[in-house]
Design a binder for this molecule. Sequence first.
Ligand code: UDP
Ligand code: MG
Length: 318
Amino acid sequence: MDLSIVVPSYNEEESLGELVAWIGRVMADTKWTYEIIIVDDGSRDATMKVVEDLSEHNNAVKAISFRRNYGKSAALNVGFAAAQGSVVITMDADLQDSPDEIPALMNMILVEGYDMVSGWKKVRHDPLSKTIPSKIFNGVVRNISGIQLHDFNCGLKAYRSDVVKSVEVYGEMHRYIPLLAKEAGFNKIGEKVVTHYERKFGVSKFGIERTIKGFLDLLSVTFMSKFGKRPMHLFGALGTLMFFIGFVAALWLGSKKIWCVCNGIPMPLLTSSPYFYLALTCMILGTQLFLAGFIAELVTRNAPERNVYMIAKKIGVE
Ligand code: UDP
Ligand code: MG
């Protein structure tokens, strides 16, 4: 199969019929074989009923339905696992992303050789309360990740199949797939300006809290990609540094005291000095950090499937 279109859908009963018909019209003009995987993210409206009706008349429509709402990342994750196409395109269900972009995205992957292409809603039809936080957010992520995309959060993205099979998204991490992809060794990440429409039916499923969750996930993603497989290098280094500072400080205080005692100079009790407690705290924190590093190493060792290496090609071996 050439193309899998993954559509996460949460309470989108009004939009799906129109979306599937639109995708059908676009794909009819091309030679590619395709499937549409609709992931119903625990919708409480008739989304699943609509999808069942659609799949009766259209073999390309496939669906996975969650028992409850898990979030867009989870929906994408199961969609990615099920996708059979050699290119995977994700698209929102709410008709804000245009299926007309599919052929151009396909060509960027198949002909121009991109590993992934992210849409950029350059002209955006959303309220200011959304576009301003989004600008800040994208700036920060660009700086931290070094990936020059303008619109990490765009629902319309295209991937070479290898990419989606080697990233794992959960929480709210769908907007960091470019970072995860880069971390997995896929360097050719492109961008395409895409048309964006106003939401036609229903309401947006994300509020302002998305920014906060988004930043927390950014911390996790950067931490995981830097130290996920070698936590001791972070905790051990910090722990050693802390302990060293505390130890040297304690040593200094102690020797000063002994020197004073030996020379008969009066000096207050060590425990009456704040520096003593600071030194103590440093040593305790240092030990704790070190232990955290050991425990984290044990945890990563216990999840060997998370320690896979990304293999690009094999010759003569299974
Ligand atoms: N979505 C989902 N699960 C959720 C929230 C959203 O599958 O918990 C889907 C939703 O149905 C839509 C896409 O994710 O297809 C983007 O959501 P929305 O349009 O509400 O986001 P916005 O366009 O406002 O950023
Ligand atoms: Mg939308």
